[in-house]
Design a protein around this ligand. Structure first.
Ligand code: GDP
Ligand code: PGA
Ligand code: MN
Ligand code: MN
Length: 624
């Protein structure tokens, strides 16, 4: 089958591929497109070639439809405002469907809403899809997006074909993934690919009004079929729900594949760090959504002579390399979908240098000189229009707290020279962390691999605006993967433990960090951002040490912590004792909360090594 075959699909007009004139498209792919269009009945099909002309045409179409507005203050930047009901990931409506429930839901599960992946039976999902997808693209164009997660043609990359009725998704996918003709060209009949179907769920019927941001919040469903490599997403245009390469493919299906194929798909940034002596290491870090990954990945160090380079800010695919014995990581993405509020020249100058060209902003505020504004950006300009499109009253949020920039990685001035290396970069340390206003010190180190896996498994963090949760409750979020793990969490913990049993490998050291501890007035105890280099400096020194005790390190019940004299506090004033205070009653409660969480949610699927680690920590805390 060849591309021009597509132009006869159901007699619909298919916008032709521009060049080269003919691309051989594997039959499996034309069949998928055919099937999607038969069910969803779009009025048009557009196969995306990924060209700049196509991007500009789609943006112009969005501008005509009031879905995007140009930002003339910058170069090639646009602002979209979503329906206020469609601003974040919807975890309660995100499901994994497998034939065997236990493949997704641990035994002894005590239904605790949103605690672990939601499972749906294949029969129920079939029914739910049947209630949604038929004729859902009526009156709309279906965009077909061939994309690669990871460099095109790399043995570590995965291919997806996304059919969507949202031009916003098409242009965003061009930024966030490698998309278009280059991907079609490398496919053959045997290339596995993930079938991704997405609809905003708002057909245009005769006489209906056209919403500026079509969506269907009442019927939103983000579903995954890992056994057949399919993603079906309905009702939301918001990035995390609609750009299916990102959370759905790279993390949910990715983690399922990784479990089967002996690698790891993680919610992690990857950065390179070079010390003043010129020694370079790579670090990966898992923090929940809106807890500091993008900022750490692009950090400008506040210590002279140090250099940070960015490999990725959200997702890491990692496997042990048989030649080096080290855990090698690639960033499967091609851009940044970053939190706007809090981004400023002071906090993240590299993001500020990236986002004022070729960027799509979503739900930020705009200014009367054709620019953007958000909380924490700097001086408040005059004449701000808030994210709803109303004149800003100066009191409510100007930008939505989960407003985002979507910008190509190539715009970032500190991309690492190896960021697209198909071999990946060797990881020397893994960081876990979250927003912990109370009790949790700035940094501590695991005693060994199993302890490190326990630290990942017992992660907790304050809820953020990245998903629908209300208020600032402290939520359990193992490995920052609670919303993204594609299989049984007990098996996931076990998969992590299995790396500790591998022979002839160099395991990365594991640390926990917390930039967000507060004092009694509610102010952050740690300056954060560029000063986080001080923590990375200590971590880098610890990479050279194997004993838990040294001039710079000492034991504590929860792990190895820095000595005050072994930690660089030049030109910064902090309350060291408060930053590292370990309160016995806090940690006793913390470990009993974790125990309860494990019992309720993992039951018999909790690996014995994790229970053992919990017991050891509880014993050590008793001695505090
Ligand atoms: P991500 O969603 O995990 O990538 O998190 P981001 O890096 O986008 O940060 C989310 C929010 O946390 C933004 O408002 C940041 O300004 C803020 N943030 C990031 N790093 C720090 C830090 O070290 N200290 C403080 N206080 N806030 C931070
Ligand atoms: P984040 O990415 O981790 O940068 O917030 C989006 C998300 O996780 O929803
Ligand atoms: Mn994320
Ligand atoms: Mn981010």
């Amino acid at each position: 089958a060849q591309a021009h075959y597509l132009s006869t699909l159901h007699g619909l007009s298919v916008e032709p591929l521009r060049e080269p004139p003919l691309v051989t498209v594997p039959k499996k792919i034309t069949q998928f497109i055919d099937e999607a269009s038969r069910v969803c009945t779009p009025s048009n099909i557009h196969i995306c070639d990924g060209s700049e002309t196509e991007y500009n045409n789609l943006i112009n179409l969005m501008v005509q439809q009031n879905m995007a507005a140009p930002l003339p203050k910058y170069q090639n930047c646009y602002l979209t405002r979503t329906d206020p009901r469609d601003v974040a990931r919807v975890e309660s409506r995100t499901i994994i469907s497998t034939s065997n429930k236990h493949d997704v839901v641990p035994n002894g599960f005590n239904p605790h809403k949103g605690a672990l992946p939601n499972w749906m039976s294949p029969e129920e999902l079939e029914k739910q899809l049947g209630d949604r997808f038929p004729r859902c693209m009526e009156g709309r164009t279906m965009y077909v997006i061939p994309f690669s997660m990871g460099p095109v043609g790399s043995p570590l990359s995965k291919i997806g074909i996304q059919c969507t009725d949202s031009p916003y998704v098409a242009v965003s996918m061009r930024i966030m993934t490698r998309m278009g003709l280059d991907v079609l060209k490398i496919l053959n009949e045997d290339t596995p690919f993930v079938k991704c179907l997405h609809s905003v769920g708002a057909p245009i019927t005769p006489g209906s009004t056209r919403p500026v941001w079509p969506c269907n919040p009442e019927n939103t469903l983000i579903s995954h079929r890992p056994e057949s490599n399919e993603i079906l997403s309905y009702g939301s245009g918001y990035g995390g729900n609609s750009l299916l390469g990102k959370k759905c493919l790279a993390l949910r299906l990715g983690s399922y594949m990784a479990h089967k194929e002996d690698w790891l798909a993680e919610h992690m940034l990857i950065l390179g760090i070079t010390n003043p002596q010129g020694v370079k290491k790579y670090v990966a870090a898992a923090f929940p959504s809106a807890c500091g990954k993008t900022n750490l990945a692009m950090m400008t160090p506040n210590l002279p002579g140090w250099k940070i380079e960015c490999v990725g800010d959200d997702i890491a695919w990692m496997r042990f390399n048989p030649n080096t014995g080290m855990l090698h990581a690639i960033n499967p993405e091609n851009g940044f979908f970053g939190v706007a509020p809090g981004t400023s020249k002071k906090t993240n100058p590299n993001a500020m240098a990236s986002i004022f060209q070729d960027t799509i902003f979503t739900n930020v505020a705009s200014t009367n000189d054709g620019g953007v504004y958000w909380e924490g950006m700097g001086e408040k300009p005059e004449g701000v229009v808030d994210w709803h499109g109303n004149d800003w009253d100066g009191k409510s949020n100007a930008a939505h707290p989960n407003s985002r920039f979507c910008t190509p990685a190539r715009n970032c001035p500190i991309m690492d020279a190896s960021w697209e290396d198909p071999e990946g970069v060797p990881i020397s340390a893994i960081l876990f962390g979250g927003r912990r206003p109370e009790g949790v010190p700035l940094v501590y180190e695991a005693y060994d691999w199993d302890h490190g896996v326990y630290i990942g498994a017992s992660m907790r963090s304050e809820a953020t605006a990245a998903a629908e949760h209300q208020g600032k409750v402290i939520m359990h979020d193992p490995f920052a993967m609670r919303p993204f793990v594609g299989y049984n969490m007990g098996q996931y913990f076990d998969h992590w433990l299995s790396f500790g049993r591998k022979k002839h490998v160099q395991l990365p050291k594991i640390f926990h960090v917390n930039w967000f501890r507060k004092d009694s007035n509610g102010s952050f105890l740690w300056p954060g951002f560029g000063d986080n280099i001080r923590v990375l400096e200590w971590i880098m020194k610890r990479m050279e040490e194997s004993s838990p005790e040294s001039e710079i390190a000492k034991k504590s019940p929860i792990g190895v912590i820095p000595t005050e004299s072994g930690f660089n506090l030049d030109n910064v004033s902090v309350d060291w004792n408060e930053l590292f205070r370990l309160d016995k009653s806090f940690w006793a409660k913390e470990s009993s909360d974790i125990q309860k969480y494990f019992n309720d949610n993992l039951g018999h699927d909790l690996p014995p090594q994790i229970r053992n680690q919990l017991n050891l920590i509880q014993e050590r805390i008793q001695k505090l």
